[in-house]
Write a new protein. Structure first.
Ligand SMILES: *Cc1c(COP(=O)(O)O)cnc(C)c1O
Length: 398
């Protein structure tokens, strides 16, 4: 062999006896075959075989398998983001003339995807009250192909009665999809409660370090494998082994990170809930939260993301007061090591229900910092809001 060829052809080295705990990063587009016959028959390798990088590598399959086991499903597909997982949980199952029903409190880009993109393809989207089974019963019909859930709801945390919703949907022959990003499969297992498809933004808690975007879609019925796999292939959706490897690494500490974040949230909430400028803390593990009983029945634990609504006098000052934060960062994509706060508008994302509170909700995600630093920051933030309320009151003509 000439040197120029030696540069190109990589020698195979022995791997037996090499048994690391970490998962190898297998980057690949091309997969080679031992002979022309094997190449010709590559289509027969099935869902678990390897034929082309887009359809999976040992790295991505390892992450898929880990998710499948935790979700108690039969197969997982990886996608480039959590939002991609949501879109491709719907797309394979709808055609012009069909209808889908989406919980009014779903992640806002899901609303836009359904209204704009599915709408353009002639699929009708309707939104239902996430906590009113009667509303779902009234709106579901024989054209409905998917009932979409997210529990707790984005920002406002409404808890859905998934077993009941699934019973209603299945009576009409509709599939049930559920975005499980808040709870992760550690704390909620939608496939065991009647959902057919569960999605995760691995971007959030599961990867856990705010440095990668990835999503997953797990199913419990063999019949869904082919529709999803073939649509993903035709759309050219695959993920990199490097990204999957980052998620696999973060995954190992998911359990301890979630527990830590939930207990950090609990101690901040004890203090925040008593503050005179606070209207309500939205967090399902609070005994007086409206969906608490269902949460207790169906969930295995809490995460570190909750929301706060304010008394009307405080609302105009919340955003500006965030500037005093030292430990919390201001940002949207929660579930990482750093604690975050983000002011979220709600009303423009509700059409089936009317949000009764003020339009600004402060979403707080507790990370892994020392609880005392977080408590000091929260105190400084509320002091700043209070001082702005007082100054404003002094300026208002009596
Ligand atoms: C962040 C988020 C997503 C989207 O995840 P990306 O990976 O950022 O696309 C989907 N659903 C919920 C509930 C989320 O919070």
């Amino acid at each position: 062999m000439k040197d120029l060829t030696r540069c190109v052809v990589t020698p195979r080295i022995k791997t037996d006896g090499f048994d690391p705990l970490g998962v190898g990063v297998h980057r690949a587009s091309t997969i080679v075959f031992e002979n022309a016959e094997a190449y010709a028959r590559r289509g027969e390798r099935g869902h678990d075989g390897y034929s082309y990088g887009l359809y999976g590598t040992p790295t991505t399959r390892t992450l898929e398998e880990k998710l499948t086991r935790l979700e108690q499903g039969i197969r997982t597909f990886l996608l480039p983001s959590g939002q991609a997982a949501n879109s491709f949980a719907m797309l394979p199952f709808v055609k012009a003339g069909d209808k889908i029903l989406i919980a009014d409190t779903a992640y806002p880009p899901v609303r836009d995807f359904a209204n704009l993109d599915l709408g353009r393809l002639g699929i009708e989207t309707a939104f239902y009250d996430p906590v009113d089974l009667g509303d779902l019963e009234r709106q579901i019909d024989e054209r409905t192909k998917i009932v979409w859930c997210e529990s707790p709801g984005s920002t406002t945390m409404e808890i859905q009665d998934l077993p009941q919703i699934a019973a209603i949907a299945h009576r009409r022959g509709a599939l049930v999809g559920c975005d499980n990003t808040w709870a992760t499969p550690m704390n909620y297992k939608p496939l065991t409660l009647g959902a057919d498809i569960v999605t995760e933004a691995l971007t959030k808690y599961i990867s856990g370090h705010s440095d990668v975007l990835l999503g997953s879609l797990t199913i419990r019925d063999e019949a869904l494998i082919v529709p999803i796999r073939t649509v993903l292939g035709r759309f050219g959706i695959g993920v990199s082994a490097d990204d999957a490897s980052l998620v696999l690494r973060g995954f190992e500490t998911l359990g301890v990170r979630l527990k830590h974040a939930a207990s950090g949230a609990d101690s901040l909430i004890d203090w925040i809930a008593k503050h005179p400028l606070v209207e309500q803390v939205l967090y399902p593990s609070l005994p007086d939260f409206p969906g608490h009983a269902i949460w207790k029945r169906d969930f295995l634990g809490s995460s570190g993301v909750f929301s706060v609504t304010f008394k009307p006098a405080a609302v105009p000052h919340v955003a500006a007061a965030l500037d005093v934060l030292k430990t919390f960062a201001i940002g949207a994509s929660w579930g990482g090591t750093r604690s975050l706060m983000a002011p979220m508008p709600v009303k423009s994302y509700r059409t089936a229900t009317a949000w009764q509170g003020e339009d600004l909700v402060l979403r707080i995600s507790v990370g892994l910092e020392d609880p005392e630093d977080l408590a000091n920051d929260v105190q400084a933030f509320f002091d700043e809001v209070a001082s702005r309320v007082v100054t404003q009151a002094g300026r208002d003509p009596a």
